[in-house]
Design a protein around this ligand. Structure first.
Ligand SMILES: Cc1cc2nc3c(=O)[nH]c(=O)nc-3n(C[C@H](O)[C@H](O)[C@H](O)COP(=O)(O)OP(=O)(O)OC[C@H]3O[C@@H](n4cnc5c(N)ncnc54)[C@H](O)[C@@H]3O)c2cc1C
Length: 503
């Protein structure tokens, strides 16, 4: 096997896995500016200028492609990093395990199976990308985040419970009660309390006896993709539930992207080389660079690697690092939580829920005085079918994943209880996501679970041996868990890679 520097003179193979044979032999392919500046001499070039023998072909096929930067993962963070580096003239290869780009941004027939919301448009890199992609935004909650600022819910969502629609006036009193309860239990939060959970603290507050007050707590759980008992009390310190506190979102309207979130991928893919179906199993620091392999036969090398593997994948230890990740980093990774969030699509012959077309989503309140949960439903009908999207988070999503048949029955029962006589019986078609069981995501997005420290997020984003950089939503301190966080982390990692390459 040729040395690292010698291999750098080998022309790149195309991103199409099926064309590996041809490309390895394509000695006429021009080198990129960075490759041309490599210190290789003629002697270093592989002996393929002459008529290739089967032995030569075999050798060429086993040589890894060499680039300035290998990016692992063609999700938003990986593509953002790759795009930024390509713009700076770097040679980049993105390797992606799936047969598609986008990762947790995935739109199928206009329906977003992953991210769907632009959480605030003012100054948002996601809104800017939507503009670059020439796609429109459709504001849903004009004044801000309805999950974490209960008063913003009125006018955005219609709340149904026990077969009747809850009036806005009634809802407003419950929002004030929730705000008071939140204020009381977070007022004295200090370092000692910081690691306590939100749910149990709130349950001690008398207003929480009211199911509609509890519903607001469960909305915070829906936002984080976890049960309120897993959320840090500390994160809510200072929050009142009555003003537009921002948990990792931007100011301005919370909006959908017309046509689906995947439309934003187009500008990110411009000029970026992606090899699909490349499931990374090992990341090894080698002399002068990083070797990224899928099994033993398929490898690629970069001077630097940007790893955007999702938090759940990193926690699962399904990827080997050499040298191993430090114990400190592993502890930080494990202190962070992975949200569970499942979307269920229910198709009926009639849009029986459309009693209030001006309000695009509906909250169905669950019963029970300790289990706080609600289901957010949204009308995602197309001209050809009437579809309700139901979103489950935390333990509700866990229950659905464990037994989808039972989970579905539970969703339908809740709809029946909430809507009473208006509910027509089971839908004729159903579909659901399974992000938690997906080996390339292992969950929906990251959140700060009880016990996570403020420094953990920053630490998981630090470089490994100054060769492997980390990006991905879980490494964004300010916008963790979102597409904006992923974009921001990709740009940050690209700057770090550039600095290492320039050094
Ligand atoms: C159901 C759901 C709803 C959401 N709703 C919103 C929302 O409304 N708004 C919002 O802003 N955010 C939302 N999010 C979060 C948002 O989707 C993510 O934060 C963001 O897309 C993550 O981007 P990423 O690049 O960090 O990770 P990913 O998109 O997961 O990219 C990582 C890539 O690595 C690949 N990969 C994994 N393992 C390997 C391997 N071994 N080898 C090679 N490649 C591998 C994956 O296939 C993936 O393509 C939601 C997420 C989910 C799941």
């Amino acid at each position: 096997m040729a040395s690292w520097a010698k291999v750098a003179a080998t022309p790149p193979i195309a991103d199409d896995a099926s064309s590996t044979d041809d490309d390895s032999l394509d000695a006429a392919t021009p080198t990129t500016p960075t490759q041309a500046s490599d210190s290789s001499t003629d002697d270093d070039l592989p002996e393929m200028r002459e008529v290739p023998t089967p032995q030569h072909i075999k050798q060429a096929l086993t040589k890894p492609r060499v680039v300035d930067v290998v990016v692992i993962g063609a999700g938003v963070s990986g593509l953002r990093a790759a795009r930024d580096l390509v713009e700076r003239g770097r040679s980049v290869l993105v390797v992606e395990a799936r047969d598609r780009c986008g990762g947790r941004v995935h739109t199928v027939r206009g329906r977003d199976r992953g991210a769907a919301w632009v959480h605030g448009v003012d100054g948002s890199p996601l809104a800017a990308l939507a503009k670059e992609a020439s796609v429109e935004l459709e504001p849903v909650s004009a004044r801000g985040n309805p999950w974490t600022s209960p008063p913003l819910l009125s006018g955005v969502a219609a709340v149904w419970r026990d077969g009747a629609r809850v009036s806005d006036a009634h809802l407003l009193t419950r929002q004030h009660m929730y705000g008071a309860a939140l204020r009381t239990c977070t007022r004295d939060v200090n370092e000692g309390d910081a690691w306590k959970a939100l749910g149990p603290a709130l349950r001690k507050q008398s207003p929480m006896a009211d199911p509609l007050v509890r519903m607001h707590c469960s909305l915070a759980g829906l936002w984080m993709g976890a049960h309120a008992d897993e959320l840090q009390l500390r994160e809510f310190a200072g929050a009142t539930g009555l003003v537009d506190e921002r948990w990792g979102d931007h100011a301005g309207a919370h909006s959908h992207i017309v046509g689906g979130m995947a439309s934003i991928l187009d500008p990110l893919l411009d000029g970026v080389d992606v090899e699909l179906g490349f499931e990374v199993s090992s990341i090894d620091i080698v002399e002068d660079g990083v070797e990224v392999c899928s099994g033993t036969a398929r490898c690629v090398r970069g001077t630097v690697c940007i790893c955007t593997l999702p938090l759940g994948v990193l926690q699962s230890s399904q990827i080997s690092f050499s040298p191993s990740l430090t114990d400190d980093r592993v502890a930080c990774l494990n202190r962070l939580g992975v949200a569970r969030y499942t979307k269920v699509w229910l198709t009926w012959e009639e849009p029986w829920w459309r009693s209030d077309p001006g309000r695009p989503f509906i909250i169905c309140v669950d019963e029970g005085d300790t289990h706080m949960s609600s289901i957010m439903c949204e009308d995602v009908s197309s001209p050809s079918e009437f579809v309700l999207e139901a979103c489950l988070a935390g333990s509700d999503a866990d229950a659905f994943d464990t037994d989808p048949q039972r989970g579905l029955a539970a969703v339908l029962t809740r709809l029946g209880v909430a809507f009473g006589a208006a509910y027509p019986g089971p839908p004729h078609k159903t579909d659901a996501t399974a992000w938690q069981g997906d080996r390339f995501s292992r969950g929906a997005y990251s959140f700060w679970k009880v016990g996570a420290r403020a420094t953990d997020v920053a630490e998981v984003g630090e470089s490994h041996c100054e060769r492997v950089l980390f990006a991905g939503e879980h490494t964004s301190v300010e916008y963790q868990g979102s597409v904006c966080g992923a974009l921001e982390s990709g740009s940050r990692a690209a700057r770090e890679a550039e600095a290492l390459l320039a050094a």
